[in-house]
Design a protein around this ligand. Structure first.
Ligand SMILES: Nc1ncnc2c1ncn2[C@@H]1O[C@H](COP(=O)(O)OP(=O)(O)O)[C@@H](O)[C@H]1O
Ligand SMILES: [Mg+2]
Length: 263
């Protein structure tokens, strides 16, 4: 059986994935703030528009306008795609009353809204980016796994390939990364570090079922007018880009202390 792969919109990333993300997959996209998760999701959705897929972008951390402005900076015209009924941006941040807004971060309401949007866009292959999915279990991290399973199960019946952004921070790794990643068919991890006074960003494909994916760390860049590009493979080991465990331990201790003081 031949696997149909969806291009991600970032050519260099497709190369790491034997051409793209297999149709119907539920892929977790994780990483610290500012490492490129939203920009990658924008690329993924816009590639869908170009390829004639029905596209939905759910935003929980930024307004619809903010996502559209960010896309426009990289010459991706979300406004036109919306007008042409190829794309719907569901705003779960502003709590507005319009048809494509969510009033609260409720999982069932989200799934209902995505299905309503799919019906509006019509029959055919679909893509959805949920940026972020972890926002839906902020106050109940134990639900992460159940929610991820629920969304994957329901949406796969509707011809969706799903990108689920999940927040990843040192102190919250257990509760936020965990649930999605176990359910996911794939995990794409972005990282960022400061090296010699410069912010650098990386990508590593940690998991992609049915794919002989790259197992290396690649440096990426975000360029004005273009967006995300892959620069090349990092010759150092992944461990060299991680904080030493002693530093991690100290950060965690300090965080726990400060939380203790707040209580
Ligand atoms: N027009 C632009 N040109 C260059 N870099 C940009 C531009 N817009 C955003 N960026 C970079 O992208 C970062 C935001 O990436 P984003 O995908 O939103 O991160 P997150 O992982 O938090 O979703 C910004 O902090 C900035 O470094
Ligand atoms: Mg983001």
């Amino acid at each position: 059986m031949k696997i149909v792969r969806l291009k991600t919109g970032v050519e260099g990333i497709d190369k790491l994935l034997e051409g793209g993300i297999p149709e119907g997959f539920f892929v977790a996209v994780t990483g610290e703030p500012g490492c490129g998760k939203t920009i990658f999701s924008i690329h993924f959705i816009y590639q869908g528009v170009l390829d004639g897929d029905k596209c939905i972008y759910v935003t929980t951390e930024e307004s619809r306008e903010s996502i559209m402005r960010q896309a426009a900076q990289f010459n991706m015209n979300f406004e036109k795609a919306i007008e042409e009924k190829k794309l719907i941006v569901i705003d779960a941040l502003m709590g507005r009353e319009d048809r494509w807004s969510l009033q609260s971060l409720d999982m069932e309401a989200l799934v209902d809204k995505i299905i309503e949007a799919k019906k509006e866009l019509g029959y055919g292959r679909a893509r959805v980016a949920i940026d972020s999915l972890s926002a839906f279990w902020l106050d109940k991290p134990a639900m992460a796994r159940r929610y991820s399973y629920f969304i994957k199960k329901v949406l796969s019946k509707w011809n969706f390939t799903i990108i689920a952004v999940s927040q990843y921070a040192i102190t919250t790794a257990e509760s936020f990364g965990w649930g999605v990643e176990h359910i996911a068919d794939g995990i794409i991890r972005f990282r960022r570090i400061l090296r010699s006074g410069e912010l650098k960003r990386f990508i590593v494909v940690e998991k992609m079922r049915q794919t002989n994916h790259s197992r290396y760390l690649y440096e990426i860049d975000i360029k004005p007018g273009i967006g995300m590009t892959v620069l090349g493979r990092v010759r150092r080991r992944v461990e060299d880009y991680k904080l030493p465990s002693e530093v991690m331990r100290k950060i965690l201790e300090a965080k726990l202390r400060s939380e203790g003081e707040l209580l």
